[in-house]
Every structure is written in structure tokens, then in C-alpha cells.
Design a protein around this ligand. Structure first.
Ligand code: NAD
Length: 458
């Protein structure tokens, strides 16, 4: 852990570097983005090894969700950075004429990125892409719970970027708290809702704006008219990848009672197809991050277990599990599960399902499996969530064109693509006036001018 004085020194060095104007230079930003892409490409093997050591993450998933996602974000930023950084001309109302108006995006300064352990590389570096593209200096605090990846991120960044520009500060909660004592120009936090509140409180002391990418219980509603086999595959994939430790994984199923049995049958079949008869032996099935998380999840393995239920503490293994006949009163429905346990609830009337969803905190994601446009529209209009994916899971975060973020308890702000650029930029409004036509009506003394003003304003 870095001492407070050394953290303060790092922030101060970054402030001085930012003041030189170099990070703001657009050619510099492009150069740094290209460099980041190259460095990640060269480090691919080490990244796979690190995320595998931390989470037993299969190489295929590491490639899609850790590396592929970042490369895509960098390419998107490189493609659009010239357009994003352009000064935008705006119209000027008659009352302000003669004048011209424009909006100029400018970087915020020195930003702090605090990341979680579940996609430990991508969730540290993807926000960094936005910070660089917008012209900022950045300090990254990766999660201590993914120590191999945290160490690797520190090595990669230290070797390739000067610390006055980008620095990694490794450590746990106390390091995070030391960092939060400093004044930053933005804090980008990804993690749990409870810690999100702590971050926002610390940021408020400095009036620092925050982006909070949080979690929550994301419902997955399954209508009776769908291709149940395909729906089951897509749900199984989204729920059990990374052993269910995905912020937008379907947390629980709300299925129409007429198709519940079939859905459970096909999810069971998909689990077997994906991970074999004994998922503990599958090279494609991950592990729980640590003992504390394991124990919390193992305690939820009760009730009407339809599939799975096995666990192994030494291996930090929890089998892909489906639990039927779950009610809102059950322990498993109180908080985000964040593990490979899928509770099934049924509905017969979508109104009731919607009102039950709406009586809880707004989720990060909401999934609708239905072919009925009216059904889809009803849910879209009557519920609120960070994002929605219809007839699939997870894919809503797969591209750079859609902003990704929560609403209410699932987060504040968003990122990915242009949203990342906006997050780390300030849009400065500028009005320019010439010296000619200096209308005296605005200046005191006002006597005798009010009636003319009233006429002018209509
Ligand atoms: P966490 O909130 O426990 O930790 C996140 C980061 O905050 C870590 O770097 C940690 O060191 C730091 N931290 C922890 N406690 C702190 C404290 N008291 N003060 C200051 N800093 C502190 O989250 P996690 O367990 O790493 O990740 C799991 C959670 O993150 C889940 O709720 C999940 O839904 C959410 N998540 C959200 C997204 C998203 O994009 N919205 C992505 C991944 C994970």
C-alpha cells in the first residue's frame, strides 16, 4: 500500500503534467490509445494467465470479455476521436445578437478509476480508454481480490506509461480510502451498491463528480410464446459464464407458468451441453473469487434444487444451480446473487410480475424473452433499468454504440464509446461577441427602459 503522502505526491505530479497541456493534445491522445492497444496485444498471454489464475477464466471468455471488449473500445475511440473533440457551433438567439456560440469539450483533469475483480482487466482498462480519449491523466486502483491481474495491470502500465500520466495504485480497502482523501476531477467506480455509497460520500467532500457502475438483481422475464430451447441456451450462457459473477447476469427468472417446466428442462440440458455431466471438471467453467464469496453463495444452496447444488470449498466451486419455487421472502431474493445460482419464479399475469419488479431497486439489466411486440413494449414502458436486452442476455454491452450504466441503485452515469468520452469531458459553452452594436438598454439606470424591454420580449 502506498503511504498517503506518496499518493498525494502522485496526484500532484499528475496535476503538474496535466497543466502542461500534453494529455489534452489530440495527436498525443491518439498516440497513447494506439500504444495501449499494442501493449495489450503484446501482453495477451500474460493477461490470459492472470485472469485464469484469479478466476479460472477460460481463455475463450478472457478473449471475448476482457481483451476483445477493450480492443473494440480503442478502435471505436480512434475512429471517432476527431469528431468527438470538434468544437460544435450552436445557434444564437436574436436577443444575444450579434454573437456566435459554440460548445467545446475539454478534459476534466486527474481522474480516479476504482475497479472490481470479476472482469478485472477489462473493468480497469475500458474506463481508461475513455479517460485517455478525453485527454485526462488517470490513477487506477484495481481490485485486491484479483491479485494476479492487479499486479499485471500495474506492471503493464508502469512499463509503458509515465506515472505522471497514468499510474496504478495497488491495494485493498484502506488504499482505496487513502486515494479517496485526495481531490480528483472525476471518480469512476465499478463495484457494489454499498461501496458505491461510500465512494459518493467521499467524493462529495471535494465536490468531485462520480460515475458509479453498480450491480443489482437483474430480472429475466420469459413469455410463453418463445423458442424455449434457444431462450434456455442464451440464459444459461449469460448466467453461468464467469460462474455467475457478472454484474449484468440474469439474477433470477420470471417465467410464464405454462412454459416453466420446459424452460427448466432446457436450461438443465444446456448446462450439461456446455459444462458436461460434472462441471467441476470442465475447462470452461470458472471459480468463485474467494472463500468469503464462496461461503455466502454456498449458504444459498437450499430449497427446491432442480439442478446442481454441489459445492467444494477447496476448489471454490459452486455447481451451476437452478432453484425452483422461490419466493420474494427467500434469502436468495434479498440481494444480488453474483454467483451461479438461478432462482426460478413463475407468473401468470405480467402485471403482477411488473409491479413486483417495480417495487424493488431499479436493476442494471432487464431481460425480456418474447416475440410479442406489445408484451415487449409494455415491459419497456412500465419498468426502469440500466439497459434491456430482448431475446438474449449480456449482448447489450457488446458494442460501443450503446452507453452502459445503471439507474437508481444500479448506478449513476454511463460509459462505452461516446458515453466514455462524455463521462470524462466537460462540455464548455462559449459565447463570443464583437464590440460593435453595444445596446445601452441593458445597462443601468433602468428608468424608462422596462416598457421597451417588455415589448422586445413579447
Ligand atoms: P466492491 O464494491 O466490493 O469493490 C470494488 C472496489 O472498491 C475494489 O477495488 C475495492 O478495493 C474497493 N472498495 C471496497 N470496499 C471499499 C470501501 N469501503 N471504501 C473504498 N473502496 C472500497 O465490489 P466487488 O466485490 O469488487 O465487485 C462486485 C460488485 O460489483 C457487484 O455488485 C457487481 O454487480 C458490481 N459490478 C458492477 C459492474 C458494472 O459495470 N455496473 C461491473 C462489475 C461488477
Amino acid at each position: 500500500m502506498l503511504a498517503e503522502s506518496s499518493i498525494a505526491e502522485t496526484v500532484s505530479l499528475q496535476r503538474s503534467f496535466f497543466a502542461t497541456g500534453k494529455p489534452k493534445n489530440i495527436d498525443f491522445r491518439i498516440e497513447q490509445l494506439k500504444k495501449l492497444k499494442e501493449v495489450i496485444k503484446q501482453s495477451a498471454e500474460s493477461i490470459f494467465t492472470a485472469v485464469n489464475a484469479d478466476l479460472n477464466k477460460p481463455m475463450f471468455e478472457a478473449y471475448t470479455s476482457e481483451l476483445g471488449a477493450i480492443t473494440q473500445e480503442i478502435d471505436y475511440a480512434l475512429k471517432h476521436i476527431k469528431a468527438w473533440t470538434k468544437i460544435q457551433k450552436k445557434p444564437v438567439s436574436l436577443s444575444l445578437q450579434p454573437a456566435s456560440a459554440e460548445i467545446c469539450p475539454e478534459p476534466l483533469g486527474v481522474v480516479l478509476i476504482i475497479s472490481p475483480w470479476n472482469y478485472p482487466f477489462a473493468l480497469s482498462i475500458t474506463p481508461l480508454v475513455g479517460a485517455i480519449a478525453s485527454g485526462n491523466c488517470a490513477i487506477i486502483k484495481p481490485s485486491e481480490l484479483a491479485p494476479h491481474t492487479s499486479k499485471l495491470i500495474a506492471e503493464i502500465i508502469t512499463k509503458n506509461f509515465p506515472s505522471e500520466y497514468i499510474t496504478v495504485v495497488e491495494g485493498g480497502v484502506s488504499t482505496s480510502q487513502e486515494l479517496l482523501k485526495q481531490k480528483f476531477d472525476h471518480i469512476f467506480f465499478t463495484g457494489g451498491t454499498a461501496v458505491g455509497k461510500i465512494i459518493m460520500e467521499a467524493a462529495a467532500k471535494h465536490l468531485t463528480p462520480v460515475t458509479l457502475e453498480l450491480g443489482g438483481k437483474s430480472p429475466c422475464i420469459v413469455d410463453e410464446d418463445v423458442n424455449i430451447e434457444v431462450a434456455a441456451k442464451r440464459i444459461t450462457w449469460g448466467k453461468f459464464m464467469n460462474s455467475g459473477q457478472t454484474c449484468i447476469a440474469p439474477d433470477y427468472i420470471f417465467v410464464h407458468k405454462n412454459v416453466k417446466q420446459d424452460l427448466c428442462k432446457y436450461i438443465k440440458q444446456s448446462i450439461q451441453e456446455f459444462y458436461g455431466e460434472n462441471p467441476i471438471e470442465s475447462p470452461d467453467y470458472g471459480r468463485i473469487i474467494g472463500k468469503k464469496h464462496y461461503q455466502k453463495l454456498a449458504s444459498l444452496l437450499t430449497g427446491d434444487i432442480l439442478v446442481g447444488g454441489e459445492s467444494n470449498e477447496d476448489e471454490l466451486y459452486i455447481a451451476p444451480t437452478i432453484i425452483d419455487h422461490v419466493t420474494w421472502e427467500d434469502e436468495i431474493m434479498q440481494d444480488e446473487i453474483f454467483g451461479p445460482i438461478l432462482p426460478i419464479m413463475e407468473y401468470s399475469d405480467i402485471e403482477t410480475a411488473i409491479s413486483q419488479i417495480n417495487s424493488r431497486p431499479k436493476p442494471l439489466a432487464l431481460y425480456i424473452f418474447s416475440q410479442d411486440k406489445n408484451f415487449q413494449t409494455k415491459i419497456l414502458q412500465e419498468t426502469s433499468s440500466g439497459g434491456v436486452c430482448i431475446n438474449d442476455t449480456i449482448k447489450q454491452v457488446g458494442g460501443s454504440s450503446l452507453p452502459f450504466g445503471g439507474v437508481g441503485d444500479s448506478g449513476i452515469g454511463s460509459y462505452h464509446g461516446k458515453a466514455s468520452f462524455d463521462t470524462f469531458s466537460h462540455y464548455k459553452s462559449i459565447l463570443k461577441r464583437p464590440f460593435y452594436l453595444d445596446l445601452k438598454i441593458l445597462y443601468p439606470p433602468y428608468e424608462g427602459k422596462l416598457s421597451l424591454l417588455k415589448k422586445l420580449l413579447g
